[in-house]
Structure formats: C-alpha cells, structure tokens
Design a protein around this ligand. Structure first.
Ligand SMILES: CC[C@@H](C(=O)O)C(=O)SCCNC(=O)CCNC(=O)[C@H](O)C(C)(C)COP(=O)(O)OP(=O)(O)OC[C@H]1O[C@@H](n2cnc3c(N)ncnc32)[C@H](O)[C@@H]1OP(=O)(O)O
Ligand SMILES: [Co+2]
Length: 139
C-alpha cells in the first residue's frame, strides 16, 4: 500500500457557523461550499480549502455522533483526525488488517463521495486516522 496525499485535517466543533466566523476573521477564507449533513456518519460537515489540503469542520448531528464524546472532553472543539488518500481502499484495508491495526467499523462513503475507513488512534500513535480512496484515481 502506498500512502497518498493528506486530503484533510478533521476539526471537531460545537458550531460550524462559529468556526467559519473565525476562519473568515482570522484567515480571510470562506468555505468551499455550504455546510451539509451526513446522517450516516452522524455529522454536519463543511470544508475550508488551503492551497495544498483542506480543513474539514465536523459538528455532531446528535448525542450518538462519533464526535459527541470528543466534544464532551474538548468543549471548544479541536483537531480530531487526519485523512490520507490511498489508491485502492480494499487493498489499504487488507494492509492494515494484516498489520494488526484495529479498524473502526465498515468501509463507507465519506464526504467526498469515495469509500473511507478509520484506524483506532490507540494503534496509530494517538492520531485518529481516516483513509479515503482518492477521487482523482481512475480505476
Ligand atoms: C465527514 C465524514 C467523514 C469524512 O468523509 O471525512 C469523517 O471524517 S466523519 C468523522 C467522525 N467519525 C469518526 O470519528 C468515526 C471513527 N471514530 C470512532 O469510531 C470513535 O469516535 C473512536 C475514535 C473509537 C472514539 O470512541 P468514542 O466512544 O467516541 O470515545 P472514547 O472516549 O471511548 O475513546 C477511546 C479512546 O480514544 C481516544 N480518542 C477518542 N477520539 C480521539 C481522537 N479524535 N484522537 C485521538 N484520540 C482519541 C480517547 O481519548 C480514549 O482514550 P483514553 O481516554 O486513553 O481511553
Ligand atoms: Co474526515
């Protein structure tokens, strides 16, 4: 498996609107598109683009959201995960399974419309890590 580019850094926030105000005021940037809900992932999402990557703002849709407990511990929000692209998600999953890394749930469709899965932060140096199939690869 070959690690691809850093697609995004996930940032948990109690309010995407308040976070966007901060990005506008401090960095002079607008979101690349309006916020949208991903009920299957339990989050509301909005992307802010940097020249070489993206910040993914994620707000819980309810108390069962995977971000809810993180925000209980970090009420102001904070850096939540990193996401690397891979060419072939099935190959990547087999690679991490073979390495004995705990995979969090099924492979599912993420915010960019391609398959994703997560690695347990306790097996990856304390960093919750998302792998996503690159939208730029032709299969
Ligand atoms: C927008 C869609 C999609 C995309 O396309 O980009 C997304 O990015 S969705 C993002 C949200 N989804 C997920 O995070 C799914 C995967 N996450 C999980 O399965 C869980 O959140 C978790 C990582 C297993 C954590 O479980 P949880 O029940 O929420 O919390 P715990 O307190 O039990 O955590 C166990 C342990 O792990 C530490 N932890 C939790 N979150 C993180 C984190 N973000 N980064 C680093 N470490 C984390 C937590 O502190 C606990 O450690 P101890 O306290 O030492 O036990
Ligand atoms: Co993400």
């Amino acid at each position: 498996m070959k690690l691809g580019r850093l697609n995004h850094v996930g940032v948990a926030t109690p309010s995407i609107e308040r976070s966007l105000d901060m990005y506008r005021t401090l960095y002079g940037v607008e979101p690349s598109s309006p916020p949208f809900d991903l009920p299957a992932q339990g989050v509301r999402v909005c992307f802010v683009d940097a020249p070489n990557s993206q910040v993914e703002l994620i707000e819980p849709l309810g108390p069962d959201s995977p971000v809810a407990k993180f925000l209980e511990k970090n009420p102001q929000g904070g850096q939540h995960h990193v996401c690397f692209e891979v060419h072939d998600i099935a190959e990547a999953r087999a690679h991490f399974e073979g390495a004995g890394v705990r995979i969090l749930g099924a492979t599912r469709i993420g915010a960019h419309g391609t398959p994703i899965f997560f690695l347990h932060p306790k097996d990856t140096g304390g960093v919750l890590t998302e792998l996503m199939e690159s939208p730029r690869q032709a299969h």
